[in-house]
Structures are given as C-alpha cells and as structure tokens.
Design a binder for this molecule. Structure first.
Ligand code: DAH
Length: 360
C-alpha cells in the first residue's frame, strides 16, 4: 500500500504546485488521462481476485476520486485567481481624457472647404451643382464656347493636349469649367441655375499658378435674365463668401469668346495692413470674369437665343482661398504636407453653413 500512498502524496503535491490552468491540466493528464498513473492502476482491477478488488481495488478507486476532486478544486481556484488578476490588470481609469477620434484629427483641405462654402451660398440662392469631365473634347472646351478654329484665344489657354486618337481627335485637359455650361444646356431644360466647381489645367507654374487649379463656374439660363440679375447674384455671393455686410464691385468691360458683353469684376479692398480686407479701402482686386451668354453658345447648347438668354461667370478658387485664409504660396496646396494641413486645414465635422457661419 505504501506505493499507493507515495503516488497519492506525489499527485497531491503536484496538484498543489500547479500554478496555472495549463499546469493543472498537465497534472490531470498525467494522473487521469488515458495513460495516466491512476488510470494504469485502474486497469489492473480486471485481473484482481475478488478479495484483492475489495481492498486494493477500493483503495485505487478512492485515490482516483480524491485526485479528481483535488484537481477540480485546484482548477476552480486557479480560474478564480486568473479572473481576479485580469480584473486587476484591466481596470479602466475613467478619469483619463478621451482620446480624439480620427474624425477629430483629420483635416479638410482648404480647397474642399472653399468649395463647400461656395456651394452652401449658391444652394441657398436656389442653384444646384453640375459637374463635367476633366478630360474634355476640343469641341466642348473651345468650339462649343464660340472659340473659332485657329483663334488665338485657344493659344492663350496654355492647353495640355493629348495625342490625337485614331480619328485624329485631340482631347484636352479642360482649361476651364466653362465646357460644363454647354453639357448642362444639352442635358436639361431651362430654367437653369447651376454652379460648377472643379479642377482645371493649364501649363503654368509659379507662386500664384499651378498647372492643376480649381474654378467655380456659374450659369443662369431663363427667358429673362440680365446684367442686373448677374450683378445682384455676384454681390450676394461676395458678401456671404467674404463674410462682410456690404461689398463694392466694379464691372470692367472685357472679352471672352463665350460671353457678350463680357466683364471682369473687381472688388473693393484695403491692402494697407498686412492682410486684405474686403468691403472697405481704396484698392481693387480682380476676382472673376463674367458676362451674358453668347448667342452662339446658347445655340451650341441647343437653345434658341431669341427665346432664352442667360449669364455666366467663372472664378479661380485657389487664389481666392489664399486671400480668404491668408496662405502665401499656392504650391503648398498640392504638396501634401501634413504640417501645412494641420495648420490650414478645417475640422471635418464643421461643415460650412450660412446659419452657422461659413468659416466659424
Ligand atoms: N472660363 C474663363 C477662364 O477660365 C472664366 C470665365 C469668364 C467664365 C467669363 C465665364 C464667363 O463663365 O462668363 O478664364
């Protein structure tokens, strides 16, 4: 019997010494598993005489029960200890400051901000948004807009031309957003009131020019539309955009093939301090081109100029963003420098609205 007592002592010691759930499981396998020490003893019961079975057999069975109980008890104690340790390790300090979410840390590019601001203003005036392709046909970029073939104005645009396709047609990177005027006239019936924000391209690069830049175009077509309406729309826009109670604008005669008459618009400003201020001062700053839509452009759009008339304008966004938000170099807009974005970018959840303040 000492052999059983020794085994019992050894197993109880192993159970008591098991420090975690893996260790106690190893003890269980070694004792009660298929080839475990106690299981092996149990196998000898079959070959015992009835007397032996009553004494030694009973002792083996008692050992088995004792060890199984000891293992179960140790297992549950280890489990409780593991849970207690985990609870201790995983406590939360609810007084810690909340970590900012990616939506808080990200920044909206000033150009996206300006587009959102401008669309908020024009949406409020009843305009909708239209878009067109960046890769444009020569027809929509020039011909449909009343640029005659070979006209020098085509050269003035410093156009990026693609290689001619099989039909000899040369696509271009659109040099302005104006082609979307004709695309929209073709696609929808008047009255039309749209703004067209988008990317535009010209071969030009310095501190105030980038080969890829942004414009917003406006177009109104109706049975009656006149320069007075155009002027009112642009004034309302400038007041809202520059967030000033009044602006003074100057319309200078100009030339664009797609408008007649054509104007360049300056707005009154004050450059005496380091910053440009609008709605006051003795200086003028050119901000956009505009005019009454040329009859040939209405015809390109499938409209009868005796029935319909309209006005349009086009404005560079990048320079206006620089002015409004005081960025010195246009090229920084496209350098993807995170430090610049952190400084000049806008918080993503602050969508510009007229009621909330555009840039507040
Ligand atoms: N497309 C012209 C440009 O890029 C800007 C422009 C001028 C647009 C007059 C217009 C307009 O719609 O009426 O220089």
């Amino acid at each position: 019997m000492t052999e059983l007592t020794n085994l019992q002592n050894a197993l109880l010691a192993a159970v008591a010494g098991a420090e975690d759930e893996a260790a106690i499981e190893a003890v269980r396998v070694a004792a009660l598993g298929k080839k475990g020490s106690v299981s092996e003893l149990l196998k000898t019961l079959g070959s015992m005489t009835p007397e032996e079975r009553q004494t030694r057999g009973a002792a083996i069975n008692a050992l088995k029960t004792e060890i199984a109980d000891a293992i179960a008890a140790r297992k549950s104690a280890l489990k409780d200890a593991a849970i207690a340790a985990r609870l201790k390790a995983e406590t939360l300090d609810v007084s810690l400051p909340v970590r900012s979410s990616p939506a808080e840390r990200g920044r909206i590019h000033p150009i996206s901000q300006i587009v959102d601001e401008i669309t908020a203003i024009f949406a409020d005036l009843g305009f909708s948004i239209a878009e067109g392709p960046d890769i444009e046909t020569d027809y929509y970029n020039f011909t449909a807009l009343n640029f005659p073939e070979g006209h020098p104005a085509r050269e003035m645009h410093d156009t990026f031309f693609f290689n001619p396709d099989e039909k000899g047609e040369r696509k271009v990177l659109r040099t302005h957003t104006s082609p979307v005027q004709v695309r929209t006239m073709e696609a929808q019936e008047p009255p039309i009131r749209i703004v067209i924000p988008g990317k535009t391209y010209r071969q030009d690069s310095d501190a105030t020019h980038s080969p890829m830049f942004h414009q917003v175009e406006g177009l109104v077509i109706d049975r009656k539309a006149h320069v007075g309406n155009l002027r009112w729309v642009l004034e309302e826009f400038c007041k809202a955009f520059f967030e000033v109670p009044s602006v003074t604008m100057r319309f200078r005669p100009s030339f664009f093939p797609f408008t007649e008459p054509s104007f360049e618009v300056d707005i009154q400003c004050d450059r005496s301090g380091g910053q440009v201020k609008f709605g006051e001062g003795n200086d003028w700053m050119e901000i956009l081109g505009c005019g009454m839509v040329h009859p040939n452009v209405l015809r390109s759009g499938g409209l009868d100029p005796d029935e319909f008339q309209g006005f349009a304008w086009g404005m560079g966004l990048d320079r206006i963003a620089m002015l409004k938000y005081g960025m010195p170099d246009l090229r920084d807009f496209f350098n993807a420098d995170v430090r610049w974005m952190n400084h000049y970018g806008f918080r993503p959840l602050d969508m510009p609205t007229l009621f909330g303040g555009l840039s507040a």
